[in-house]
Ligand binder design. Sequence first.
Ligand code: ZN
Length: 316
Amino acid sequence: MSVRVCHGPATRARTAAVVGATMLAALLGVSSCMVPATPAAPRAVSRTASSLPSTPQSSTAQSPPPVSTPAAPSAATPNATAPSTAPVAPPTPPPNPLAGKVVVIDPGHNGANAANPAAINKQVPDGAGGTKACNTTGTATNDGYAEHAFTWDLANKLKSLLESKGITVVMTRQDDDGVGPCVNVRAQIGNDAHANAVVSIHGDGAAAGSHGFFCMTTALAPGGAAIKAQSAGLAGKVRDAIAANGVMPVANYEGTNGVNGTRSDLAGLNLSIVPTTMCELGNMRSAIDSAIQKSDTGRAQIAAGLANGVFAYLAG
Ligand code: ZN
């Protein structure tokens, strides 16, 4: 009786019959039945959890493993499939906020101005109700490095840096051996281009003890209050960038912390209706500044500062 009960369910029954028979055998005092009954347990649960052969007594004991076991794969599955699908999607390049922007670079003066006084002394509107000379010869270092050559080289270095970022550059003159153009024409070039920014490049001719750079905006508001504020923003960004790269300090003789917005005698600024700044990038009569201006490395650093200032302004 006891042998038949114990072995019968172990080989034929699968779940409840095993439990019932085992319990009955236990009640009858047939302790040897517990040994052959155990092989039936792994058979009953082997489909779900091979590590749980000792749970014949209830379905609640079986519930946790099936719940927790699928939970891990299901959580891991999305993570595992995400990387495999990511390469399939085409990468989206970040937008270039500078692409399509237009910057006008105005290299001060020109190489043949000195030889053509009649042309450059012609009077043109100054944007403040009066007139002034079409252009000037510009200054030079004490040993003859001319301002027009300095501004021309600097402008071309700046042009390359801006164009490398997708900016469209318009120059107010195309060479360094011509005459002019007049200051009112230079301003008109920026206006006609609907420039996002105009940067006019100069070297100053102040007293020998004066040194450093500064950027100017007009005290007038030819383009309205909004453009006036944008010009101030442009000047500030350029000032920040040049000061940050350390090529030369802000001027010790004009402006406040490298910016001067109080002048109304600069026709090129007075006639511009787009954001514009004019920078005096060192004093050519200063031994300190002229050494930087005459150095190709120094000019490259100044150009980098100008470019970074323009980038910061346009990106803002
Ligand atoms: Zn100048």
